[in-house]
Ligand binder design. Structure first.
Ligand SMILES: [Fe+2]
Ligand SMILES: [Fe+2]
Length: 387
């Protein structure tokens, strides 16, 4: 879990932050200015929210001490102050703060900064990947942000760059494996991007394992990326509501499928396979899914996506929760053979256990690309640039 240390002498302020941050799953520790350094050494936080105005010792002194310890050199520190004087703001940054928030603040503003810094830290680590892996991740992030923005405004998507990016991902995975890319987004604090990307990767791996043609695999991967695009139109207060949903909220959540289909229908050249994955990813073989269709009425790609959906949900590793292991997820899934296509379930289990039989997993260790495929990758990059 992502650990946040809140340093403030104001009990009310600390209590407010504690409740808000805890509610959405952060591990929060509260401390006073006097105990801040001891507490930091004890828990090694991922982030510090540091009040400047405190009795005895002020936030600047604590920031200076923090930065003098090697383990806190790069810890994200957000300063909090009653005072927005330019000199205070500048002093904060000069002394090594990453960000600055003025009291009183809206909790949404603080959360936006926390999530933004969390994700920046993860994105910074992408530079340690191969250039193909890091460029494809950055590209997919930009394209998905754009797709969600367009969907919110009911504008058609641009399918060509999304498909080309999925082709780049296919080539990267084919020659460098998928593990590094999957690991590189662990803990990314954007449920939509993370879940869409995981669906894209696992649908790609499974369809490839089933020996579908490359073009079909790429189309299905696009389906994975866009299967929940309708969620862009659901209010965040419902989408990310912790705890139980009431019937009205659940109905609204379910509408993401119909909203998604409308967005995809409104986009020229959208492959049918992508629409089928969006339409059918919550359908169950016994008819207990969203729309209630059953058996063969559910498209093959929809049945495949439904299996990947449950696998991704069970194994999802976020800052908020520990994950089921792959083996635990598979054993749970094997008991659900009335809901999911039983033959596909068995095949999926084999595929996971065989690590999807990637052609050159050893290349992943060396960050190599086969020279011919490097050419293919470059032309895919060119296509993205042109589109
Ligand atoms: Fe969904
Ligand atoms: Fe989903």
């Amino acid at each position: 879990m992502y650990k946040i240390l809140v340093v403030d002498d104001n009990e009310l302020q600390k209590g407010f932050l504690y409740n808000q941050l805890k509610k959405i799953g952060y591990e929060v520790t509260l401390t006073t200015g006097a105990s801040a350094m001891n507490k930091a050494v004890q828990i090694i936080p991922d982030m510090v929210l540091l009040s400047i105005e405190m009795s005895g010792i002020n936030g600047f002194e604590i920031l200076k001490s923090l930065r003098s310890y090697s383990q806190f050199k790069t810890t994200i520190v957000i300063m909090i102050s009653d005072n927005a004087d330019t000199s205070i703001v500048i002093n904060s940054f000069l002394k090594g703060a990453n960000d600055f928030v003025v009291k009183p603040f809206e909790i949404g503003v603080m959360l936006g900064k926390i999530v933004g810094w969390q994700n920046t830290e993860i994105e910074n680590q992408w530079s340690g990947l191969s250039s193909e892996q890091s460029s494809v991740l950055q590209l997919l992030k930009v394209l998905m942000d754009e797709a969600f923005d367009k969907s919110k405004n009911s504008s058609p998507l641009s399918i060509k760059p999304i498909r080309n990016a999925c082709e780049m991902l296919y080539l990267t995975i084919e020659h460098q494996g998928a593990d590094a890319v999957i690991k590189a987004v662990e803990g990314y604090n954007s449920t939509m991007f993370l879940h869409s990307l995981m669906m894209c990767i696992y649908i790609m791996l499974f369809a490839r394992y089933k020996k579908y043609d490359k073009d079909d695999v790429v189309d299905m991967a696009v389906g994975g990326l866009l299967h929940d695009i309708g969620s862009a139109k659901i209010p965040n207060s419902i989408l990310f509501k912790p705890g139980r949903l009431d019937i009205k909220e659940y109905t609204e959540i379910k509408s993401h499928v119909q909203l998604g289909i409308e967005i995809l229908d409104n986009t020229p050249d959208m492959p049918q396979v992508v629409k089928n994955i969006c339409r059918h990813h919550h359908e169950k073989m016994d008819g207990s899914g969203y729309e209630g269709i059953s058996g063969d009425s559910i498209s093959m790609e929809g049945r495949l996506a439904a299996i990947v959906e449950i696998y991704c949900a069970l194994t999802a590793k976020t800052v908020y929760k520990e994950t089921s292991t792959s083996a635990d997820a598979l054993s749970i899934m094997m008991t659900l053979d009335e809901q999911y296509d039983p033959n596909l379930l068995v095949e999926f289990k084999e595929a996971v256990m065989n690590k999807f039989i990637l052609s050159r997993p050893e290349a992943a260790l060396h960050g190599e690309l086969d020279p011919t495929l490097l050419e293919d990758f470059r032309s895919a990059v060119m296509k993205v640039n042109i589109a």
